[in-house]
Design a protein around this ligand. Structure first.
Ligand SMILES: [Cu+2]
Length: 127
């Protein structure tokens, strides 16, 4: 009888331990999903970013994931000199994911080096 109780207790610990491990695994997967879903997409098309070259808002010390997609037939790139962001040349239908990361608040310029006259906008980093 005593042995049975010990066995039941041991099994209970095993079950609880497994459930704990599984729930940790699930929650860490959730974290990865969340990270993947965060961030923004900029589509380079008709020599503009997202049609309007929108302001991009970011927070200091929180990297903002940003994906640039080229939907033109001509080459584009995406550069923020002050934040050391440079996607390199993107061919048609190519994309590149990087991050806007800054410790300092401020306004930074983004642009395409092939079409700086039409493809440029602002990064606003706030505390
Ligand atoms: Cu361009």
């Amino acid at each position: 009888m005593k042995n049975n109780i010990i066995a039941i207790v041991a099994i209970s610990f095993t079950v609880v331990g497994t459930m704990w491990a599984v729930s940790n695994l699930i929650s860490s997967n959730d974290t990865i999903k969340t990270l993947k879903n965060e961030g923004i997409i900029l589509v380079a098309k008709d020599n503009l970013f997202n049609s309007t070259n929108p302001d991009i808002h970011a927070k200091t010390n929180i990297p903002l994931r940003i994906t640039i997609v080229n939907k033109d037939f001509t080459k584009h790139d995406f550069i923020i000199d002050e934040l050391n962001v440079n996607t390199g040349y993107l061919s048609s239908d190519q994309d590149f994911t990087t991050a806007i990361a800054s410790n300092n608040s401020g306004i930074y310029q983004y642009y395409c080096s092939f079409h700086p006259a039409t493809m440029h906008g602002r990064i606003l980093v706030d505390d």
